[in-house]
Design a protein. Structure first.
Lengths: 84, 209
């Protein structure tokens, strides 16, 4: 529970992920958005968190190496032969 | 694309190699990320993933479908990784996985805010973030900064941000794979993103420059 008047910048930055995850209740959401409406610092901070998420999303997922896949498929064949 | 669970299990039991190859490929990145929580290097994590699949095959006939196959495979992975870590007598802070709130950690350094008793703006920005230069965001050096920042995170934070934001998993998938509460998943994600943002800011628009 957060008092609109009392929601400081320092408190707001800790609520960003809850906000982006849709986990704030209605009252906190109002306080959050009310604060953002006239705070350039927090608006920029939120923007940078969004940018961070976007950029992290451009990193390449770890792909399976060909060698590992070959080993596993061989193991699967062996397993299949021994269990059937 | 993965088949529905019951069809997938049936296909695997029937020895369908294509079905096996497709789940191995599809879940590989996630398995590797989670294995990295418990292992010192990527190479060891790769071995843990291999060993996990061998264990999965060994136990597949006993899979009863009480959880999803994916969740079950990830549980086996976590057990395999823990066993491996114990064998190498490496102490892993398992408790940290379940109670991140025990170690309070601010998203932004407290020095950047005005004091709580400031007459006009208690807890307000003293040193607000400056705009990031758009043209440098997409540079490959910037990506390196992000990769290094993720690599430097505590293991569980690294796993959560990797699964959510790199691999694109839902919060429920991450919670199930890591056996985390909804709140803890969010706390770990928040801290991880905050640290990566800080690394970006330090690199692109340092507050005190």
């Amino acid at each position: 529970m957060i008092d609109t008047e009392a929601l400081s910048c320092q408190e707001l930055v800790e609520l960003i992920t809850d906000y982006l995850e849709g986990a704030l209740d209605e009252r906190d959401l109002r306080a959050f958005e009310g604060h953002l409406a006239d705070c350039d610092g927090c608006t920029e901070y939120l923007e940078q968190m969004r940018t961070t998420i976007r950029l992290v999303g451009t990193l390449t997922p770890n792909d399976l190496t060909q060698a590992a896949e070959t080993t596993l498929l061989q193991a699967f064949r062996d397993w299949n032969r021994s269990s059937s | 694309m993965t088949l529905p669970d019951d069809e997938l299990v049936a296909a695997l039991r029937a020895g369908d190699e294509e079905a096996f190859a497709s789940v191995v490929r599809e879940w590989h990145a996630g398995l590797l990320r989670v294995a990295r929580i418990f292992t010192p290097t990527r190479a060891v994590a790769e071995e843990v993933v291999q060993e996990t699949w061998l264990r999965v095959l060994g136990a597949l006939d006993r899979f009863e479908g009480r959880s999803s196959l994916k969740t079950w495979v990830f549980r086996i992975l976590v057990n395999t990784a823990k066993t491996r870590a114990q064998r190498e007598s490496r102490s892993v802070p398992f408790s940290a996985l379940h109670d991140p709130a025990r170690v309070p950690e601010a998203a932004v350094d407290a020095d950047r805010f005005l004091a709580d008793d400031h007459p006009h703006h208690p807890g307000g920005w003293e040193s607000p973030p400056r705009e990031l230069p758009e043209d440098r965001l997409i540079a490959s050096e910037t990506r390196d900064v992000i990769e290094r920042a993720i690599e430097a995170l505590p293991a569980t934070q690294r796993a959560v941000i990797s699964l959510r934001d790199v691999e694109g998993w839902s919060s429920d998938e991450v919670r199930n794979a890591l056996d985390l509460s909804e709140v803890n998943q969010r706390v770990l994600l928040h801290r991880a993103r905050a640290r990566v943002r800080q690394a970006l800011e330090d690199y692109l628009a340092p507050a005190n420059a």
